[in-house]
Write a protein of this length. Structure first.
Length: 113
């Protein structure tokens, strides 16, 4: 599924380039320019939707991975004093990613992404 969305996004971006190049052609009628403009708008909407979906999937995946990292950090911290430094580094990384997830989630909810 992920590769399908990435491939779709690539195709949409290619189509956007083609439409943009076509819009700069001389000799187009007003109707042709209007249709190309509508195509460009529709392609941008599709691009944004795909990016929104991918961002949401990324946030979900990061949340899951961060939770696993925190659990690992706790187990390492409990297992031995000499590994406490490693556990702290893992915990710090997990907290940083968690902050990113919160920011990205708020941006998605606000419609910024």
């Amino acid at each position: 599924m992920n590769t399908e969305k990435i491939k779709t996004l690539e195709l949409v971006l290619e189509a956007m380039d083609i439409v943009e190049n076509a819009r700069s052609m001389t000799g187009l009628t007003n109707d042709e320019r209007f249709e190309l403009e509508k195509a460009a708008i529709q392609l941008r909407n599709i691009e944004r939707s795909i990016i929104r979906i991918k961002t949401s999937e990324l946030v979900d995946k990061l949340a899951s991975d961060t939770e696993a990292l925190k659990e690992l950090s706790e187990r390492i911290n409990k297992s031995a004093e000499k590994l406490a430094g490693i556990a702290k580094a893992l915990e710090k990384a997990a907290n940083t990613v968690e902050s990113f997830i919160n920011i990205a989630s708020q941006a998605i909810k606000a419609g910024l992404i």
